[in-house]
Design a protein around this ligand. Structure first.
Ligand SMILES: Nc1ncnc2c1ncn2[C@@H]1O[C@H](COP(=O)(O)OP(=O)(O)OP(=O)(O)O)[C@@H](O)[C@H]1O
Length: 231
């Protein structure tokens, strides 16, 4: 379980996150929603150790993550799929996947079979360069790379962005399957409302760097949620 407590974040003098509290449970999808610029990506970057926090804490299964950095977050079991995917264009699919092991020690690591079972297309295209894949295939590669170290938390930033509808469905199915396997807490930042609404077990909405709603899906009406995220 991921616990974010009273987290604040600044860019220079501007405070962007104002005391965020968020819990993401194993076997659930916590959908973080809100309009452009409310701080969703900044929140994920803070959890992933990609940007220093100004105050607050991040804990995994009850243990505080000290000296929060990208490497320490990854070693603790927090995997991050950034907006825009950040696939290495000149490296092959296999090489891209192997970069997922970078946070571990120097021993050789092989891509586990379950990754190719989730994403058969990556097996078919293992020798192709990352830059030659379609947007949807790149998104699958980015998620697969994040899963390679068997993380306990998966942070997904706008996985449907720029992806054609039939692949969006496939990516939704994979995220649901990961949730149903029950081993991982998934935090999904997503602006595609219906995608997030269908997948979310817990909804967190944000506005101007603060949480405006945090409730389980059974207590959230579609129209209310839509109103909160389309200000
Ligand atoms: N590196 C940065 N330096 C300064 N300001 C930034 C930086 N990154 C983001 N911001 C500002 O912080 C605020 C929150 O941005 P953030 O990207 O976290 O929002 P978001 O909710 O993810 O938006 P979007 O849905 O458009 O990605 C915005 O006002 C943005 O302009």
């Amino acid at each position: 379980m991921l616990d974010v407590t009273d987290l604040t974040l600044k860019y220079g003098q501007s405070q962007i996150l104002n005391g965020i509290n968020l819990t993401a449970k194993k076997g659930e999808i916590t959908a973080v929603m809100g309009t452009n610029g409310v701080g969703k990506t900044s929140l994920l970057k803070a959890i992933a150790g990609r940007h220093p926090i100004a105050s607050g804490s991040i804990a995994l299964n009850g243990s505080l993550i000290e000296k929060h950095s990208a490497v320490n977050a990854a070693r603790a079991g927090i995997a991050y799929v950034p907006q825009g995917r950040e696939v290495f264009p000149m490296m092959t699919v296999t090489e891209n996947l192997e970069t997922g092991f970078a946070c571990l020690d120097g021993r050789a690591h092989n891509v586990p079979d379950h990754i190719y079972e989730l994403f058969p297309v990556l097996h078919e295209m293992s020798a192709r360069r990352g830059g030659d894949l379609s947007g949807g295939q790149q998104q699958q590669l980015a998620i697969a790379r994040a899963l390679i170290t068997k993380p306990s938390v998966l942070l997904l930033d706008e996985p449907t962005e720029g992806i054609q509808p039939n692949i969006i469905q496939h990516i939704g199915d994979v995220i649901a399957k990961l949730r149903d396997q029950g081993e991982i807490a998934i935090v999904l930042v997503e602006q595609f409302f219906d995608f997030a609404f269908e997948l979310g077990d817990q909804f967190v909405t944000m506005n101007r760097g603060s949480v405006t709603l945090d409730a389980p899906s059974k207590d959230v009406e579609r129209e209310k949620l839509l109103g909160l995220v389309s200000v």
